[in-house]
Ligand binder design. Structure first.
Ligand code: GLA
Length: 678
C-alpha cells in the first residue's frame, strides 16, 4: 500500500467515525425504562421496571417482552421532554398475569394537556397494540392509563418496548405533579375546656347506656350534666354517662366541662327510641392495618393508643375487630385453627382471642366501645367461620360478651344462594356476588341478623357490608342497618379514593340520622393489610380524603396502626371543626353542586343553618381563582366564611355580587363553612 493510499484510508475512517458520532448526537434513543419510573402513581402496587405489576415477565396475549413499564390503572407517569423528543413508540396491553379476571383499561398519551393518542379500551388477551406518537415541541408528556369504565380491579397494564427518539439528549426527568409537602393545619387545642364529639345520641329503652362526654383542654378536668333523665349518671372525673333509660323520649341535657383555666357548656340531646347511631360512628378497625394478623393483644394496644394519643378526647369511640378473630377453614397458621363451634352451635374464637368478654370489658373500662365482624355465609371473606345457620347463637354471643357493633360482610353468602356445598372453598371472584343483585336474596341475610340483633338486651350498631349491591342505600335502613358500604374495598391510592368518592354521589339522598352510607374506612397513617407502610396518599390527598368523608357524613373508622400515629395523621384526625361537619345532627350527606374543570364543589347543609363547602381539586393543575357562583351552591345573602382546617374566619362575602379568592392544591381540598352573617 502506498503512503498516499494509507493517508486517504485514514481520512476516510476519520470521517466515517465522526459522521457516526454526529449522527448519534443528533438522534438518540432513550428507553422509557431508563427513566425514573418511581414518580408514577398507580391504582395498586408500585411502578415496575421491565417487569409486570406483580413483578413477573412482561407478557401480553402470550408474547413476552424484556423491556417496559408494568403498572396498574389508574396510572400516570409525567415526563418532562422540554421539546427535545421527536417520537414516542411503544406497544401497550393488559398483562396475562391476571388470567381469570375481567380487566379493561385505556392507554392514553397526552402532550402539553392535549390527547395525542389513545388505545381505545383494551381487554385481557388483546394483542399488544402499537403506539407511535410524533412529539415535536412537546414539553410535558403524560402516559396515562384509565380504568376502561368497569373499575380498576385487576387492571395490570404494560407499556412495552417503549422508547423516545430525541434530539441529542440522553435522558428525561419524570415528576409527580402532586406535592409531597407535609404541612399541619389543625391548631393545637386551647388550655381552656372545649366540648367535642356528638351533640345527639340515640339509645333504645332498657339498653345499657354508655356515652363519654369528651373535651379538649388542660387536665385535670371535671364533667357534669344538667337535666340527665332518670336512670343515668355521669362520672365526674371521666365524663362517662352510664345507666339505662326505661321510657322513650327526647331529653335535653347541658354538658359542662371545667378545669383550672375555665369552663365550657354545651347542649346535648338524648333520643330514647328505636333508632341508634344518630351521628356516624367514629372509631378504629383492625382490617386496613393488621388484616389476618389481628390479635386480642393488638386490639387492646389500639384501644390504649386511642386514649394515650388523645384521640378519645375528640369523639373517637369504637374499637372494631374485623375478620380473623374466628377459626380459619384451612390456614397454615396454627393460631387460627381449632373447633369452629361448641356442641350448641356457639362460636369459639381462635386462640388469639381467648376471652372475648374480658376484652370487651377492658375496652369499655377505657370509656370506649367495641365491635366485631362476621359473614352471613358459611365463611367470612378471609375464610374464617361465618354465621350461616348459627345466626341466633352468634347474635346472642355478641350481646353476652358485651359487643356494641357488628360488621356483617356478604362474601360466601353467594355460594349459599347457588346451592354450593357449605365447605366449597371461598374464592374472591364474581361468584361471591351472586344473588346480590336480586333484591330478595340480597336482603334476606341482613333481615335475619338485623332482627336478631334488635332482640338482644343491648344496642348493637349494625354495619351492612355488601359493597353496594342492589342499591343497598335504598333499603339498608329497612333491614336494620345503621350503615352500609357503597363500594368495594378502599386502598391507599389516589385512584381508589377518587373512584369511591365519585361513586358515592348516588347514595346521598338516603343518608340520615341512624342510616349512613359507608365509603369504607380511612387510609391515613400506617396502613397495609398485614404489612404496614405510611399511606401512599400524598398529604394533600389525605386532606381531601378526610374533608370528603366528613362532608359525606361517612362512618369514620381509622384504619391505621394506632401505635404509629405521627403528628401529620393526628392533625388530620383531631380537628374538631372538621369532625363537627361529619357529626352534624342534621345528618345530611354532601353532594357536588358545581363542577369547574376538575374541581368539584360539595355542599353539606348543617343543623345551624350554615353550609359546609368543600372545594375539591381532582385535577393535576393547581386551582387559583375568584369564585363567584354562590347561587349554584344554594348560598344567598351575606356570609362569614370560615376555613375549618385552619379554624379561622377568612372572609365576609356577599353571595349576590361578591367573590372569594380560592387556591386549591393539586388533589387537595379547602373545607369552608359559610354561616349567615349576623
Ligand atoms: C371484605 C371487606 C373488608 C374486610 C375483609 C375481611 O373484603 O370489604 O372491609 O372486612 O372482607 O376479610
Amino acid at each position: 500500500m502506498t503512503r498516499a493510499t494509507t493517508i486517504f484510508r485514514t481520512l476516510i475512517l476519520f470521517f466515517v467515525f465522526h459522521l457516526a458520532t454526529i449522527g448519534s448526537i443528533s438522534a438518540q434513543t432513550v428507553w422509557l425504562d431508563e427513566l425514573d419510573l418511581s414518580t408514577a402513581t398507580q391504582g395498586y402496587g408500585v411502578p415496575q421496571k421491565n417487569k409486570s405489576c406483580d413483578g413477573k415477565t412482561l407478557t401480553i396475549a402470550g408474547e413476552t417482552f424484556e423491556r417496559g413499564f408494568g403498572s396498574h390503572s389508574e396510572s400516570l407517569l409525567t415526563i418532562l421532554l422540554e421539546g427535545k423528543a421527536t417520537l414516542f413508540t411503544a406497544k401497550v396491553g393488559i398483562d396475562d398475569e391476571v388470567k381469570g379476571q375481567r380487566p379493561a383499561a385505556e392507554f392514553i398519551v397526552n402532550g402539553d394537556g392535549k390527547q395525542l393518542w389513545s388505545s381505545g379500551i383494551m381487554h385481557l388477551g388483546d394483542a399488544a397494540k402499537p403506539c407511535s406518537v410524533k412529539l415535536d415541541g412537546v414539553k410535558k408528556l403524560e402516559l396515562l392509563v384509565t380504568d376502561g369504565g368497569n373499575g380498576n380491579y385487576y387492571d395490570h397494564v404494560d407499556w412495552v418496548d417503549a422508547k423516545f427518539e430525541t434530539t441529542g439528549v440522553t435522558t428525561f426527568k419524570t415528576f409527580n405533579p402532586v406535592s409531597s409537602e407535609i404541612y399541619i393545619l389543625t391548631p393545637k387545642p386551647a388550655a381552656t375546656p372545649r366540648l367535642t364529639g356528638a351533640k345527639v345520641f340515640g339509645v333504645r329503652p332498657g339498653s345499657p347506656f354508655q356515652f363519654l362526654v369528651t373535651a379538649t383542654g388542660d387536665r385535670p378536668m371535671t364533667f357534669s350534666a344538667k337535666g340527665l333523665p332518670k336512670g343515668l349518671k355521669i362520672d365526674e372525673k371521666t365524663g362517662l354517662i352510664t345507666g339505662t333509660i326505661s321510657s322513650k323520649g327526647t331529653y335535653k341535657v347541658t354538658l359542662v366541662a371545667k378545669n383550672a383555666k375555665g369552663k365550657a357548656e354545651r347542649q346535648f340531646r338524648i333520643e330514647c327510641g328505636d333508632q341508634i347511631a344518630l351521628t356516624p360512628p367514629m372509631g378504629w378497625n383492625s382490617w386496613n392495618c393488621f388484616a389476618q394478623e389481628v390479635s386480642a393483644d393488638r386490639v387492646k394496644r389500639a384501644a390504649n393508643a386511642m386514649v394515650s394519643s388523645g384521640l378519645i378526647n375528640h369523639g373517637w369511640t369504637y374499637i372494631n375487630i374485623d375478620d380473623f378473630w374466628e377459626n380459619h377453614r384451612d390456614s397454615k397458621d396454627q393460631s387460627l385453627r381449632g373447633k369452629f363451634r361448641d356442641e350448641n352451635g356457639y362460636i369459639i374464637p381462635n386462640s388469639r382471642f381467648v376471652d372475648m368478654k374480658a376484652l370487651a370489658d377492658y375496652v369499655h373500662g377505657l370509656g370506649l366501645k367495641i365491635g366485631l365482624y362476621s359473614s352471613p355465609g358459611p365463611w367470612t371473606c378471609g375464610g374464617c367461620a361465618g354465621s350461616f345457620g348459627y345466626e341466633k347463637q352468634d347474635a346472642e354471643s355478641y350481646a353476652q360478651w358485651g359487643f356494641d357493633y357488628l360488621k356483617y360482610d356478604w362474601c360466601s353468602y353467594g355460594n349459599v344462594i347457588n346451592g354450593l356445598p357449605e365447605n366449597d372453598p371461598y374464592k374472591v371472584s364474581s361468584l361471591s356476588y351472586n344473588g346480590g343483585s336480586q333484591l330478595e336474596t340480597a336482603q334476606k341475610p341482613f333481615i335475619l341478623m338485623g332482627d336478631l340483633l334488635k332482640k338482644q338486651k343491648r344496642d348493637i350498631l349494625f354495619s351492612v357490608c355488601q359493597y353496594g349491591m342492589s342499591d343497598v342505600w335504598k333499603w339498608g335502613g329497612s333491614v336494620g342497618g345503621n350503615c352500609w358500604r357503597t363500594t368495594n374495598d378502599i386502598t391507599d391510592t389516589w385512584a381508589s379514593v377518587k373512584g369511591i368518592a365519585l361513586d358515592h354521589e348516588k347514595s346521598a339522598p338516603y343518608a340520615k340520622p341512624g342510616n349512613w352510607n359507608d365509603p369504607d374506612m380511612l387510609v391515613v397513617g400506617h396502613v397495609g393489610w398485614g404489612n404496614t407502610h405510611p399511606s401512599k396518599l400524598k398529604p394533600d390527598e389525605q386532606y381531601l380524603h378526610i374533608s370528603l368523608w366528613s362532608l359525606f357524613a361517612a362512618p369514620l373508622l381509622i384504619g391505621c396502626d394506632m401505635e404509629k400515629l405521627d403528628d401529620f395523621t393526628l392533625n388530620l384526625l383531631t380537628n374538631d371543626e372538621v369532625i363537627d361537619v361529619n357529626q352534624d345532627p342534621l345528618g345530611k350527606q354532601a353532594t357536588c353542586q358545581h363542577t369547574i374543570g376538575e374541581m368539584r364543589i360539595y355542599v353539606k347543609e348543617l343543623e345551624d343553618g350554615s353550609k359546609a363547602v368543600g372545594f375539591c381539586n381532582f385535577g393535576l393543575e393547581k386551582i387559583q381563582m375568584n369564585y363567584t357562583d354562590f347561587a349554584k351552591l344554594g348560598l344567598n345573602g351575606k356570609f362569614t366564611v370560615r376555613d375549618l382546617w385552619r379554624q379561622k374566619d377568612v372572609a365576609k362575602v356577599n353571595a349576590t355580587n361578591g367573590e372569594l379568592a380560592i387556591e386549591v392544591p393539586v388533589h387537595g381540598a379547602l373545607l369552608y363553612k359559610f354561616s349567615p352573617a349576623k
